[in-house]
Design a protein around this ligand. Structure first.
Ligand SMILES: *Cc1c(COP(=O)(O)O)cnc(C)c1O
Length: 435
């Protein structure tokens, strides 16, 4: 097998070999294994500001940021300080603490459609609980999702799932009984007509429609205005819960998430990633009358030993405070615009067919000559070209998502100069591809 990288990273290679002996595939989440680009993953020694440092002593400008959470960059002093202070108060109580209410108030202040919120420990748990709530609230079973949207590894939602399941070519995972997915309907993203047809036929049986309001998990794909409008109109009309999965976009596209940026009002919102500031936190929230269906306020069961963990809450509170007091969003959008323009120019000069989708600090360079608006158009991308681009960038010290179907993230720790360096490397890389 030829090496996809021009560079040897012996310590990472050894660490990966050792990990594979005791951890399936050597990783604890499949997207980390570089399955979409070949070669073996780098092992991280530490991370600081906008940079990752691997165990071979290489430094990378990090455009993944732990797949979304690290919007402030790594080891932000305010977050580090808050976590250290919290640790001395104990790690977990199995009893309520005031930090949970403090973060809940911050989330509700940030997102008007969220009047009450329940904390869990991951985005998967948030999405799973959100659909249970919708079903319990409505007394209906059917759930609608969209091909290419990823909502964590929830049985009922792992149907044509995006993200790593896509890269591995396992749209339906073994181990999920038919019974778990028979009440899940999968539609095409941005397909307003398909949506209208489904609601005309079955609207009154549908408990909830769940979607990423801006998709990050088939690469970046924004929603059309018409699609969003019809979604809200139809769900309203049929008494169906509209569930926005903002695990990735919450506090990312604006302080109030994608829904604030777009001016939308879903019934239920799932959160994760940024609200934990790099620690394991998920959340789901919505109107108070809906949220009061959750036990012990209501009948829908949901619980968690480490839910609302005091240290994770401290990290989330510290992260949100920085984002609120010093909003990075306008600057992140400017950096994003610069990347979009620069990559477009470079790819055009090199004669490489491409599309760049971007919203704020999230973007994807697709190697295709067709607009990418849904899963069907995303999969037309040239994955071999993407893999070569990925390794050209890695070898130049820029860590991009290791799959065509993942969005890249800009962090607030990045400077204009660093974005400029990335664009120079991207130009060289695209040039190498065109040879
Ligand atoms: C990452 C993600 C999830 C899953 O969150 P985990 O914390 O990985 O379980 C769910 N939905 C979306 C949109 C995500 O991006």
């Amino acid at each position: 097998m030829s090496l996809p990288s021009g560079k040897l990273r012996p310590n990472s290679a050894a660490a990966f070999a050792k990990a594979q002996m005791r951890i399936p595939g050597g990783v604890n989440s499949p997207a980390r294994a570089f399955g979409g680009v070949g070669g073996s993953p780098i092992f991280i020694a530490r991370a600081e500001g906008p940079y990752l440092h691997d165990v071979d002593g290489n430094r990378y400008l990090d455009f993944i940021g732990s797949w979304g959470p690290m919007i402030l960059g790594h080891s932000h002093p305010a977050v580090v300080e808050a976590v250290i202070a919290a640790i001395y108060d104990g790690s977990s109580y199995g009893a309520p603490c005031e930090r949970e209410t403090e973060l809940a108030e911050m989330v509700c202040d940030a997102i008007p459609s969220v009047e009450m919120v329940r904390f869990v420990s991951s985005g998967t748990e948030a999405a799973m609980s959100a659909i249970r709530l919708a079903r319990g609230w409505k007394g209906r079973d059917l759930i609608v999702k969209f091909a290419g949207c990823y909502h964590g590894h929830v049985d009922a939602l792992l149907v044509s799932a995006g993200s790593s399941a896509l890269t591995l070519g396992v749209p339906n995972s073994p181990g999920i009984p038919k019974g778990c997915t028979q009440d899940t309907i999968v539609l095409r993203y941005n397909d307003t007509q398909q949506l209208a047809e489904l609601f005309a036929a079955k609207g009154d049986q549908i408990a909830g429609v769940m979607l990423e309001p801006v998709v990050g998990n088939m690469g970046l794909v924004p929603p059309s205005v018409e699609f969003r409008r019809e979604l809200r109109r139809l769900t309203h009309h049929h008494g169906t819960a509209l569930i926005y999965d903002e695990v990735m976009t919450g506090f990312r596209l604006s302080y109030g998430g994608a829904q604030m940026l777009l001016g939308d009002e879903p019934d239920v919102t799932a959160l994760g990633k940024i609200i934990g500031g790099g620690y394991p936190v998920g959340a789901y929230g919505g109107r108070a009358d809906i949220m009061k269906f959750i036990m012990p306020a209501g009948p829908v069961f949901q619980a968690g030993t480490l839910s609302g963990n005091p240290i994770a809450m401290a990290a989330g509170i510290a992260t949100l405070k920085v984002l609120k007091q010093n909003p990075p969003y306008a600057r992140l959008d400017q950096l994003g615009q610069r990347i979009e323009t620069g990559l477009n120019r470079a790819a055009t000069e090199c004669g490489i067919p491409h599309r760049i989708n971007r919203v704020g600090s999230m973007w994807t360079l697709f190697f295709t000559d067709r607009d990418v608006t849904d899963f069907d158009t995303a999969v037309l991308s040239d994955k071999a070209k993407f893999a070569r681009f990925f390794w050209e960038m890695m070898d130049r010290g820029f860590y991009l998502p290791c799959s065509q179907y993942e969005a890249a993230f800009i962090s607030a720790a990045m400077t204009d100069a660093q974005i400029g360096e990335m664009l120079i490397a991207a130009k060289e890389s695209l040039h190498a591809l065109s040879m």
